[in-house]
Every structure is written in structure tokens, then in C-alpha cells.
Write a protein that binds this ligand. Structure first.
Ligand code: UT7
Length: 331
């Protein structure tokens, strides 16, 4: 049987660090509130010249180096981002150009914070079907450009960064199972409207204006409802993993959850009966980097030697859509 194996990881965090004290100077918040409710102490904020493609290119370069794979051998580029440089071409094509990757399949996916698990599952299908043998996944997010810097209920939660992995066809086990889910009925709980749609409004009829005037260009979130759904849906995932995929919890060496809130991470670990020592947490210093949060955490834990070759890692995420899902992989 052909598997898709993760053979390299890379990450990029902008050098500029923004602490909770920096937010205290801008909005009516406190370090105490942010730490108690979320576990976040700081986040990285991209410079004015940085984009999803520029950050993603650095993360991808590092992943290629760690996998010892040449750019010319990549046959599929998948980029998950909610902050693409352009509406089109896809950020995947821009990263392809930057890395001088020859003609291949390249496209972006939009699954908000679940982007990494969605991308893993898509890349796995391409590899298992024999269509490609090496794939690059990049998750790159400029959340600082999507927040309203005066809205304390959302601005303190997010940060910027990029993570990447290289996948390869292998006869040895790699990705063992994936499960993807979405329910668009929850679209109003967490969203950003497309501001671009406003631009040509003068040419459109008066009735359309009302819709266009109400567009929200910044993150809108019903925090408590998303929190409760996150705990419930991630709990359901665990049952799914055990029943449908017949995977026992003892087989899981590490959990790498989406890094949105320490309380959600703790609740998920409890449901898995995993001690927190088996959970990779970066939310304290990265905050929520949407789809980039899991591959960034993976890269850090692989490079610092916590996650070792042959170990089994469970990735799980939930985000706007709502979308949610998991991937279980032997590294
Ligand atoms: O990545 C995609 C998935 N996203 C998530 O998983 C996020 C899920 N949601 C959450 O993590 C939490 O709901 C938040 C961290 C966003 C909020 O925590 P909460 O415990 O649900 O707080 P809350 O929204 O119920 O707000 C409690 C109070 C409110 O004041 P009142 O009405 O009780 O007087 C807020 O106005 O905290 C207030 N508040 C703040 N106070 C200080 C909201 N934001 C802040 C702030 N600083 N930054």
C-alpha cells in the first residue's frame, strides 16, 4: 500500500514580537485577562513588506532543506491561507515562482484554521492515487491584517506566521487516517467579508448597496459560541478516530492541536486522556496563527527533538466555516 509520509518541516515567524503589554497600551485589556482566558502572552506581527507568499516561501525553503528535497522535484504545491497576496493568481503560484519550482499542480485552499488538516488530506489523495510523488504544503497567515486593531474581543487573539511540510510517497506508514468536516450553517460565527466586493459598488443597483455597505473587512467572531462548538466538535472527532478509524488512544504519542486557546487545548487533551506533556503547545508565544499554527508547532517540536521519527502524531483543528478535522500520521 502506498502512503504519504511527512519527510520535512519548516516554519517562519516574523521577528517583531507584540506582547500583551503592547495591547494594554492600545485597547482596554489586561495581561491577566488575556492569559487567564486564552493562555496567550505574545504573538509575532509581520512587517509591512511581508506577505503570505514571502513568509510561506521562507517556511517552504526550510522544509525542503530539512527533507533534503530539491525544489525541482515538487509536483504539487498546496497553500492554505486566509490572507492571500492576491485574489488570483493563487499564493501557491507565487511561492512556486519564488522557489523556481518547475511546472506542477499549484493551488490555494480555504478552510480557515483547519487548512493544514484539509491540505494534508488532499495531498494524501494525490500521492496515494499515484498522481504525484512529492508535495509541498504551506500554511501562511497574516492575521494582523485581518483584525480590527481597536476591537479588544478579537485583536489580542491572533498573530502572523507560516509553516510548511514536504510529503513523499512511501511504502512505510505515513498518514494513517484523516477526517474532514464542515457545516456552513455556522458561517456567521466566525468570518471576514471580502472587502474587494465593495470597490465597484457605484456601478451596481441601489438594492445591492445595502449588502455591500454591511461588509465587515475585519474578523467577526462570536467567541463563546465558537468556544463551546470547538470543545464539542473536537470531542466528537476523538470518538470518530476511535470508532470509525479503529485507532486506540494508546497509539498516539503526541497531540498537536490548532493553537487558538489553551482552555480548548486542555479540554481536548483531557478527552484523549493525554497528559499535557504529550501536547505540543505554542499558543503562549504564537497566539492564533490560523492554519499555520499546527505546522509551526510541528516544526518546533521536530527541531527541538521532542517528536521523533516513527512516532504517531494526531493533528486536529476547528475554524471558520465552520470547518474541522483531524489527521493521524506516523512520522
Ligand atoms: O481559531 C478559530 C477558533 N477560535 C476559537 O477557538 C476561539 C474561541 N473562543 C475563545 O477562545 C473565547 O471565547 C475568547 C477568548 C474569545 C473569549 O473568552 P470568553 O471567556 O468566552 O469571554 P467572553 O467573550 O464571554 O467575554 C467575557 C468578558 C466580557 O465582558 P462582560 O460582558 O462580562 O462585562 C467581554 O467584554 O470579557 C470582556 N472582554 C475582554 N476584557 C478584557 C472581551 N475581550 C476582552 C479583552 N480584555 N481583550
Amino acid at each position: 500500500m502506498k502512503y504519504a509520509r511527512i519527510i520535512g518541516t519548516g516554519g517562519y515567524l516574523p521577528p517583531n514580537i507584540f506582547t500583551n503589554a503592547d495591547w494594554e497600551e492600545r485597547v482596554a485589556t489586561t495581561d491577566e485577562w488575556i492569559v487567564e482566558r486564552t493562555g496567550i502572552k505574545s504573538r509575532h506581527i509581520a512587517g509591512v513588506d511581508e506577505t503570505a507568499a514571502s513568509m510561506g516561501t521562507i517556511a517552504a525553503q526550510k522544509a525542503l532543506e530539512s527533507a533534503n528535497v530539491a525544489a525541482k522535484d515538487i509536483e504539487l504545491i498546496l497553500v492554505a491561507t486566509g490572507t492571500p497576496d492576491k485574489i488570483f493568481p493563487a499564493t501557491a503560484c507565487l511561492i512556486q515562482k519564488n522557489l523556481k519550482i518547475p511546472t506542477c499542480i499549484a493551488f490555494d485552499i480555504q478552510a480557515a484554521c483547519s487548512g493544514f488538516v484539509y491540505a494534508l488530506s488532499i495531498a494524501e489523495q494525490y500521492i496515494k492515487s499515484g498522481t504525484v510523488s512529492k508535495a509541498l504544503i504551506v500554511c501562511s497567515e497574516l492575521m494582523s491584517r485581518l483584525i480590527d486593531w481597536s476591537d479588544r474581543s478579537t485583536c489580542v487573539l491572533f498573530g502572523d506566521g507560516a509553516g510548511a511540510v514536504i510529503l513523499e510517497a512511501s511504502s512505510a506508514p505515513g498518514i494513517l487516517a484523516t477526517g474532514l468536516y464542515a457545516d456552513g450553517n455556522y458561517d456567521k460565527l466566525l468570518y471576514v467579508d471580502n472587502q474587494q466586493l465593495r470597490e465597484n459598488k457605484n456601478y451596481i443597483s441601489k438594492t445591492s448597496h445595502q449588502y455591500l455597505e454591511n461588509l465587515h473587512p475585519f474578523i467577526q467572531m462570536q467567541g463563546q459560541r465558537v468556544f463551546k462548538l470547538a470543545v464539542a466538535k473536537l470531542g466528537d472527532l476523538i470518538k470518530d478516530i476511535q470508532l470509525k478509524h479503529k485507532i486506540t488512544l494508546e497509539e498516539i504519542d503526541w497531540l498537536i492541536p490548532h493553537q487558538a486557546n489553551m482552555r480548548i487545548i486542555q479540554a481536548t487533551a483531557d478527552k484523549l486522556h493525554l497528559p499535557m506533556e504529550k501536547v505540543i503547545c505554542t499558543v503562549e508565544t504564537h497566539s492564533n496563527t490560523s492554519s499555520a499554527s499546527i505546522p509551526l508547532a510541528l516544526d518546533i517540536a521536530v527541531r527541538d527533538g521532542r517528536i521523533k521519527k516513527g512516532q504517531t502524531v494526531l493533528f486536529e483543528a476547528i475554524g471558520g466555516g465552520l470547518t474541522w478535522g483531524f489527521a493521524l500520521a506516523k512520522l
